[in-house]
Design a protein around this ligand. Structure first.
Ligand code: CU
Length: 118
C-alpha cells in the first residue's frame, strides 16, 4: 500500500507541467534601422504579433488612435499584442514619430496565409 501511494505521488509530482505554454506568436515585426518590418503586416483576427527592437535606440509601438501602446522597448526588448478586431491599425514610434507602419487585420481564415507579409 505504501509502495502504491509512493508510486502515485511520484506519478503526480513528475507529471509534465499541465499549464500549457503560451502559444508562440506566429508573426514577428522587427524594429531595425528606425523602421518596422514587415510593414504593412497582414494578419487575421486573433493573431498575436511579437514586436522586437533590434536597434540600439529605444522605440515604441503606439497605435495612432492609442488603442495599444508598447511603451518604450529597449534594445532586444519585445512586446506582444493580440489583434482581436478587424481593421487597419496605424502605429508609430512615440520617440521617433516619423517611424510609421500599419497592421492590417482581416477576418479571413488563418489558413489563407498566401500573400502575408510585404
Ligand atoms: Cu523609435
Amino acid at each position: 500500500m505504501i509502495a502504491l501511494l509512493t508510486a502515485l505521488v511520484l506519478a503526480v509530482t513528475t507529471a509534465p507541467n499541465p499549464i500549457p505554454a503560451a502559444p508562440a506568436p506566429a508573426f514577428v515585426v522587427h524594429i531595425k534601422d528606425f523602421a518596422y518590418a514587415p510593414a504593412p503586416l497582414r494578419i487575421h483576427v486573433g493573431d498575436t504579433v511579437k514586436f522586437i527592437n533590434d536597434d540600439e535606440e529605444p522605440h515604441t509601438v503606439t497605435a495612432t488612435d492609442k488603442s495599444f501602446d508598447s511603451t518604450a522597448l529597449d534594445t532586444n526588448g519585445t512586446w506582444t499584442h493580440t489583434f482581436t478586431k478587424a481593421g487597419t491599425f496605424a502605429y508609430f514610434c512615440e520617440l521617433h514619430p516619423y517611424m510609421k507602419a500599419t497592421v492590417i487585420v482581416t477576418t479571413a481564415p488563418s489558413a489563407a496565409l498566401t500573400g502575408a507579409g510585404a
